[in-house]
Ligand binder design. Sequence first.
Ligand SMILES: Nc1ncnc2c1ncn2[C@@H]1O[C@H](COP(=O)(O)OP(=O)(O)OP(=O)(O)O)[C@@H](O)[C@H]1O
Ligand code: SF4
Ligand SMILES: [Mg+2]
Length: 402
Amino acid sequence: MLTQSISIFTSVARRLITLNFKFNTQEGKDHLMAPLLEVKNLKTQFKSKDGIVKAVDDVSFVINKGETLGVVGESGSGKSVTALSVLRLVQSPGKVIGGEILFEGRDLLKLPDKEMRKIRGKDIAMIFQDPMTSLNPVLTIGRQLAEPLMTHLGLSEEQARKESIDLLKMVGIPNAPERIRSYPHHFSGGMRQRVMIAMGLACRPKLIIADEPTTALDVTIQAQILELLQQLQKETGTAVMLITHALGVVAGMADRIQVMYAGHIVETATSEELFANPRMPYTMGLLKSIPRLDETRKDVLHPIQGSPPDLLNLPPGCPFVSRCEYAVPASETVVPQLRPVPIRVRRGAYTTSGTATDSGTEQVLEEEVMPENDYDKHLIACHAEVRMGDPATRTVDEVVAS
Ligand SMILES: Nc1ncnc2c1ncn2[C@@H]1O[C@H](COP(=O)(O)OP(=O)(O)OP(=O)(O)O)[C@@H](O)[C@H]1O
Ligand code: SF4
Ligand SMILES: [Mg+2]
């Protein structure tokens, strides 16, 4: 599945590098979609005896209605703490110390606990990595499925029982009328994860946060569960925040991908854009560290060298500086805001159908292409304003020439 997805993205990448592809950015299209969740400048910290751990540091993002947002990053980058912050489930000594979490316009951080409990059970559901930690081992699956249906949707016991059977059928559990009487330990790992998805979907939430929903499962079951999630999402129109440390998992599913590093979001783009034209060196590193079928090299993958910074002592500038092959002195002091990568404009002779020609007699058009190498792309995205002024007003040729 991973290799298939990569091939698809490679072909998309080729298509993107065409006439009229203006910017390597999604930002310009976002206003066309309706935001469901808007997280603004979220900061979540843990107090420890050694100091303050800045687990999530000034994070802002949007999830639109019905959209799948993939969140990727190495272990410890703040993916789960971001999700738990949204649901107000961060446990002491952790605390959300700043920001806004707007769900359909209401700031979840300001809601009374009772209101928040309603939202958690009904509007936003969470699927965890290990279902055994979320399923109650001493209650039957039927009871656990029925309870939120009665509490949040006001169903009677009998209605909830029927709905629970339908939910188990929907997630592909055979013999559902019998299985609702089973306990969690009677199910295999993959089946338990299906039950979790059924529970997540029970109240028809507007958003499902799935934190590593398939990490503990073997590859075949992983693919089945992700396909199921995708299919149910299409049918129900639920938005999904899919958290994983594996870029390949979100490749085939996410509309947009958000990359986290050391408590920051370092890059966000549509899946196609991210695979075709990553701008942040960390993302480039993640892409180089996964296997691809469409490349000739058979054996060499490039893991990202070094390790993430200590969240107790983050560097003042870019958190990736100690591992980045493109770092410049400014990286030590400036946290870059990734910019759209401006196009390179080439003038040349083209036939009327748009094919380049050497004759020079046909009409003259402008061909627009992305910078060809990682260094150019990154230079413009990350450091253009530090080294060369505002990139948005200049072409790559102009910037590189200066
Ligand atoms: N209870 C805690 N006490 C102190 N620090 C914590 C606690 N929980 C999380 N952290 C800090 O928050 C950071 C982010 O953790 P988080 O669980 O969000 O990482 P993650 O990106 O989900 O990683 P993984 O892929 O391993 O699940 C960690 O690096 C850790 O330093
Ligand atoms: S070039 Fe500088 S700012 Fe950009 S990722 Fe590398 S260290 Fe960070
Ligand atoms: Mg996690």
